[in-house]
Design a protein around this ligand. Structure first.
Ligand SMILES: Cc1cc2nc3c(=O)[nH]c(=O)nc-3n(C[C@H](O)[C@H](O)[C@H](O)COP(=O)(O)OP(=O)(O)OC[C@H]3O[C@@H](n4cnc5c(N)ncnc54)[C@H](O)[C@@H]3O)c2cc1C
Ligand SMILES: *[C@@H]1O[C@H](CO)[C@@H](O)[C@H](O)[C@H]1NC(C)=O
Ligand SMILES: *[C@@H]1O[C@H](CO)[C@@H](O)[C@H](O)[C@H]1NC(C)=O
Ligand SMILES: *[C@@H]1O[C@H](CO)[C@@H](O)[C@H](O)[C@H]1NC(C)=O
Length: 499
């Protein structure tokens, strides 16, 4: 960096630093003079306002702001720009890397919960602060539903900006696929609407990389009629490593098969087994079609699975199934507060054309049955079903949105936490989890074009530009230079300005 400084810049530098130091206090008083709530480090309430979902991170933002409306958001962004402090939106705060909140101005969108459904078009207008559980309940009350993740406490803001995957995604797409338009505050404080016909390039970028381009304050999305019935699937086994290897390969073959309809969505979960050399495997998801077809379609998957275990497929209403998918004992997020975690997560999206080999799966399962059994960590791997020839996720052309991967068969999510699940997160946690991904990667071709999922951000991933954003990265960089030339919306893994 120093080498390329021109003479003028070099002379200016000490002056600039002084300027920034002197004005921190003014930033706070400036922010505080507009009527919305602002919490700075000296304020009561600041300590609880900065607690992240993932307590592996403990950051100290310059201020946490609570805008009441889009105009307030614009004011906050303009002020932050003037003081040269980076800005980060927080909707549900579920970022695995706590948004890299250090030193930033946080724009908390918790009060952006506007909800309405147009009675004629059935297009919903939604605030980014709405949590998924509350969204399910509100849509269900008017007979509608949409694709999104399972956790009731995740909010729409971050979720819809980088993907949004759940059990209905294979039939309806990702959350970002149903967005019709977005209201967004840009780096210069301007409020614009992005859609196919208005700022189409921005509309493209906001569907996959929203956090790098602005603060979304409202979105219009397409909705679907609530499916009349859902078969909730809950299966569990304790398997030998050989059985578990076959089970994962059968899951892969089933997901690839043209006979597997799009109205199934599920994931296979691997966890610590009952003894060394064993792995616990569970299968959870929903079949969203008529119950009479269920056995014919789904049972073939399990034909070679070991007998015994728990096998429960029960037909129920959509909202009851969503309640069970959420695993939190509530969909209404105002009734029970959510607990934090101290976790590390990675993801790996496996291309449909080159699925995992038997060696790769076998090596992963061996690792889980051996190192995974003795490790002093809580851990799980979720093998989430994205693809297959019928999947709506992959029917969307790659270049239609900024989402980087439209060819994934699975997204594997690797999660680990120290056994007490409180900080500090020990360094061995990283190597333990790296061992899982390496077991796969070491058994796949060197040039295997796997991806990673931006809603499961991993700040230790080396070639993250390629893994998250794929071939879209250069275009995203050019748009970044246009829409956010001063890199105001900067965080680990945000789109970098072009060189
Ligand atoms: C318990 C748990 C379960 C999960 N389950 C699923 C799942 O089933 N499926 C799935 O796909 N994902 C799942 N996720 C991941 C989830 O989708 C992401 O963590 C998501 O980004 C969270 O959004 P948020 O608004 O709650 O988080 P935040 O931390 O508020 O935001 C996440 C990122 O988006 C940015 N952002 C937030 N709001 C806006 C906005 N309005 N405009 C622009 N940028 C914004 C933030 O700056 C940050 O970079 C899960 C995560 C957790 C912790
Ligand atoms: C803003 O801050 C960044 C990072 O701290 C610095 O590189 C840049 O020169 C600053 N710009 C101005 C105009 O102060
Ligand atoms: C959640 O529960 C609260 C308190 O009972 C209620 O006021 C609110 O309307 C409920 N929210 C939804 C989305 O049903
Ligand atoms: C199967 O699941 C349903 C729905 O969760 C539950 O009511 C029922 O008790 C379960 N049956 C068994 C045998 O576990």
């Amino acid at each position: 960096m120093l080498f390329i400084l021109t003479r003028t810049q070099a002379t200016f530098l000490p002056l600039l630093t002084l300027f920034v130091c002197l004005t921190r206090a003014d930033l706070i008083s400036d922010l505080k003079s507009h009527g919305f709530q602002v919490l700075a480090p000296a304020d009561l309430g600041y300590a609880s306002a900065i607690i992240p979902y993932n307590e592996r991170f403990m950051f100290k933002p310059a201020a946490v702001t609570f805008p009441r409306n889009t105009q307030d958001v614009s004011t906050i962004v303009k002020i932050s720009g003037r003081y040269n402090v980076t800005v980060t939106a927080r909707s549900g705060g579920h970022s695995y890397i706590a948004n890299g909140l250090d030193g930033k101005v946080v724009v908390d969108l918790a009060s952006f919960k506007k909800f309405s459904v147009d009675p004629r078009t059935k297009i919903a207008t939604l605030g980014p602060g709405i949590r998924l559980g509350d969204l399910i309940l509100q849509l269900n009350a008017v007979g509608r539903a949409m694709p999104h993740g399972l956790c009731p406490y995740v909010a729409l803001g971050g979720h819809a900006g980088h993907g949004g995957y759940g059990h209905t995604s294979r039939q309806w797409g990702l959350t970002l696929d149903v967005i019709e338009s977005l209201e967004v505050v840009l780096a210069d404080g301007k409020i614009v609407t992005a859609s196919k016909s208005s700022h189409p390039d921005l509309f493209w970028a906001l569907r996959g990389a929203s956090s790098s381009f602005g603060i979304v304050t409202s979105m219009k999305v397409k909705t679907f009629p609530v499916p009349p019935t859902v078969t909730n699937m809950q299966y569990a086994w304790d398997m030998s490593t050989d059985e578990a290897t076959s089970a994962v390969l059968d899951w892969q073959a089933f997901s690839l098969a043209s006979t597997t309809p799009a109205n199934i969505g599920a994931y296979l979960v691997l966890m610590r087994g009952s003894a060394k050399g064993r792995v616990a495997l569970s299968f959870m998801g929903g079949y969203f079609g008529p119950n009479r077809n269920f056995d014919k379609i789904v049972q073939p998957l399990f034909k070679n699975y070991p007998s015994g275990g728990l096998r429960n497929a029960t037909a129920m209403s959509y909202v009851d199934a969503a309640f069970l998918f959420g695993q939190m004992g509530t969909l209404n997020t105002t009734v029970i507060p959510e607990a934090s975690n101290t976790l590390y997560a990675k993801s790996l999206m496996t291309p449909q054309e080159t699925p995992m080999t038997r060696e790769a799966v076998g090596s992963l399962i061996e690792y889980l049955g051996d190192v995974g059994f003795t490790a002093d960590f809580i851990w799980a791997i979720e093998i989430e079903q994205y693809g297959g020839v019928t999947s709506q996720i992959n029917k969307v052309p790659l270049d239609a949105t900024a989402f980087g991967r439209r060819n994934a068969l699975f997204t594997l999510q690797f999660l680990t936490a120290p056994s007490a699940n409180v900080p500090p997160f020990p360094p061995e946690g990283f190597t333990f989890l790296d061992g899982m991904t390496n077991a796969i990667l070491d058994n796949m071709p060197k040039d295997w074009d796997y991806g990673a999922y931006m809603n499961y951000p991993d700040d230790r991933l080396k070639d993250w530009q390629r893994r998250y954003y794929g071939s879209h990265y250069p275009r995203l960089q050019n748009l970044k230079a246009f829409y956010d030339p001063k890199d105001l919306f900067k965080f680990p893994l945000s789109i970098e300005l072009p060189n």
